[in-house]
Design a protein around this ligand. Structure first.
Ligand code: GLY
Ligand code: MN
Ligand code: MN
Length: 465
C-alpha cells in the first residue's frame, strides 16, 4: 500500500511545494516560527487488523504524501541554507516492505515530493525540541488531537528542561487550521481536475446502479453496483458511507445501505460517491425501482428538481453562501402548498411558510456544504468578523470562484394523518457537485441523468438488456 503506483495521478510536486511556500510566507508575515502537521494515526479495527489507512487531509494538502507515520515541519524562521520544509517519515525497511509493501523512506520521499530535508519519523521527538527552541511561535492543529497535543507538550517540556542553557520555548501556540481552511476553500486547477474525474466516476456508478435496479433487489445488491464502478475506475474508496434507501427508508436522512428489498412502486434514494486521490465527490439520485415514477412520486420529484435548478441558478461568485438555499426553500415551500402537503388554510402564503419554517418538517437540512478532500469540507460558512444578523450570527460568506459545494435539495414526507396519503413515505433528494465560477457554476456530476424522463429512458434501455 501507499506506493507510487497507488496514486492514479503523478505526484504534482510543484503544487504541494507551492502550498507550503504560501503557508511559510503567511507565517513569516506574522513573525516566523515553526508549524507541525501530522498525518492521521493508524486505527485498530479488531485484534490485529487496522481500518484502511486514510491520510489526514491537511497533511496531504501540503505534501501529497499518503504513507502513515509521517509529520511535516515548516520552519518560517529558517536562515539562509537551513531547510524550511522538512518531512519526517518511516525509514526503508526491507522486512516490513516484504509484508506491507513499498515505503519511500526519507531520502526518496524528499526527492519525490520536493522537501528541503527528510528524516526518520523515529527521530521526531529528538529533533522537534531543537527545531522549536528559541522560535517565537509554534503553529499546529490546536486541540484537534489528544495525541498531537501530548506530543507538543512533550517537546515543550524538553525545551524548557534546557532552560538553564539559555534556550527558550516558543511563547505562543497558534492554530494553523484557519489559514489552511482559507486556502482549502478555493480549489486550484489541480484539485478541480481531480474533482472532475471523481464526479465522472461517481456519475457512472449511479448510472450503473439505475440500470441494474429491478424490483426484488436488496439495497446491498444495488450498493455493490456502485462499489464495483468506484474501484473499476481507480477510485480508492467511497468518500462516505453509501446510502441506498428503498421506499420509506429514503425518509431517514443517514440510512445506510441495508437489507431491505426494493419493491415495485418504491423509489430508491442513493447518496453515494467515491473518493479519488484524496478528493470526495457527493451525488444523490432518486429513481423508481420499476423504472417508472408513479404520478405522486413524479409530482414531488419535479418540485425537488425545480428547487435544485433554482439553487444552481443562484450559485455564482459574489452572492451569499445562503442564496442557493433560499432559492431552493422558496420552490420547495411553494410545492408543499400546491400539493396540499402543507394546508394553505392552515399555513397561509409562501412567505408565512418560509417565515415560520413550516417547510422544515419536510426539508430539514441545508441545500449544500463545502466539498473537497473531506465530503463536508473545511472552511467557515460565515465571515470571521463584520456585522451580525438579528440572531447574533455572523453574516454568510460570499461565494468566490473556485469554491466547491454541493447543491442538494430534498423532500421527505413521512406517513401522517395531516398529509395527503398519496405522498406518504416518499423521500427524494437530488444532489450534484459544483465549482463556483465568476458568472455561475460548473456542475461536476451531470454524467448521470437528473431529469425524470431521462432517468426513465435510461432504465428502459437496461430493462431491454
Ligand atoms: N453524503 C453526505 C451529504 O450529502 O452531505
Ligand atoms: Mn452532500
Ligand atoms: Mn450526499
Amino acid at each position: 500500500m501507499n506506493s507510487l503506483t497507488e496514486l492514479a495521478s503523478p505526484i504534482a510536486v510543484d503544487v504541494y511545494r507551492g502550498r507550503r511556500e504560501r503557508v511559510l510566507a503567511a507565517m513569516r508575515a506574522q513573525g516566523g516560527g515553526i508549524a507541525v502537521v501530522a498525518t492521521a494515526p493508524e486505527v485498530l479495527r479488531n485484534r490485529d487488523a487496522d481500518y484502511p489507512f486514510r491520510h489526514d487531509s491537511y497533511f496531504y494538502y501540503l505534501t501529497g504524501f499518503t504513507e502513515p507515520e509521517a509529520t511535516l515541519v515548516l520552519n518560517a524562521s529558517a536562515q539562509d541554507g537551513e531547510p524550511a520544509s522538512i518531512l519526517f517519515c518511516r525509514e526503508k525497511n526491507a522486512e516490513r516492505e516484504t509484508w506491507e509493501g513499498f515505503r519511500f523512506g526519507p531520502e526518496a520521499a524528499r526527492d519525490a515530493f520536493g522537501f528541503d530535508a527528510a528524516f526518520a519519523i523515529d527521530s521526531l521527538d529528538e529533533e522537534l525540541p531543537r527545531l522549536i527552541a528559541d522560535r517565537p511561535a509554534l503553529y499546529y492543529a490546536l486541540g484537534a488531537s489528544a495525541e498531537v497535543d501530548a506530543q507538543v507538550r512533550g517537546w515543550l517540556a524538553a525545551v524548557r528542561a534546557q532552560g538553564r542553557s539559555g534556550v527558550r520555548a516558543p511563547e505562543e501556540a497558534r492554530n494553523l487550521l484557519p489559514l489552511l481552511d482559507e486556502m482549502r476553500l478555493v480549489k486550484d486547477a489541480h484539485e478541480i481536475a481531480i474533482m472532475r474525474r471523481a464526479g465522472s466516476i461517481s456519475a457512472e456508478a449511479h448510472r450503473r446502479a439505475m440500470r441494474a435496479c429491478r424490483p426484488g433487489m436488496h439495497e446491498y445488491e444495488i450498493e455493490a453496483e456502485l462499489l464495483y464502478t468506484f474501484r473499476r475506475r481507480g477510485a480508492q474508496a467511497p468518500a462516505y458511507g453509501s446510502i441506498v434507501a428503498a421506499g420509506a427508508n429514503a425518509c431517514v436522512l443517514h440510512y445506510p445501505a441495508g437489507n431491505a428489498i426494493a419493491r415495485d412502486g418504491d423509489l430508491i434514494l442513493i447518496d453515494a460517491a467515491c473518493e479519488l486521490d484524496g478528493y470526495a465527490s457527493d451525488i444523490t439520485r432518486t429513481f423508481p425501482a420499476s423504472g417508472l415514477f408513479t404520478p405522486p412520486q413524479r409530482e414531488l420529484y419535479d418540485i425537488v428538481l425545480a428547487a435544485q435548478s433554482a439553487a444552481i441558478e443562484a450559485t455564482r461568485a459574489g452572492v451569499s453562501f445562503d442564496a442557493p438555499h433560499q432559492a431552493a426553500v422558496k420552490v420547495l415551500s411553494q410545492g408543499l402548498l400546491d400539493t396540499g402537503i402543507l394546508d394553505k388554510a392552515k399555513f397561509g402564503t409562501i412567505d408565512d411558510v418560509i417565515g415560520e419554517r413550516a417547510f422544515a418538517r419536510f426539508y430539514m437540512h441545508r441545500t449544500g456544504h463545502w466539498l473537497g478532500m473531506d465530503v463536508h469540507d473545511a472552511g467557515d460558512y460565515r465571515n470571521a468578523d463584520g456585522p451580525r444578523d438579528a440572531q447574533g450570527a455572523r453574516e454568510w460568506r460570499t461565494l468566490a470562484a473556485g469554491n466547491a459545494l454541493t447543491i442538494e435539495p430534498g423532500l421527505y414526507v413521512r406517513a401522517a394523518e395531516d398529509v395527503p396519503e398519496r405522498y406518504w413515505n416518499i423521500g427524494i433528494r437530488i444532489e450534484d457537485d459544483a465549482i463556483v465560477t465568476p458568472n455561475g457554476c460548473e456542475l461536476l456530476t451531470r454524467e448521470v441523468p437528473v431529469d425524470a424522463d431521462e432517468i426513465e429512458a435510461l432504465m428502459r434501455e437496461s430493462n431491454q438488456d
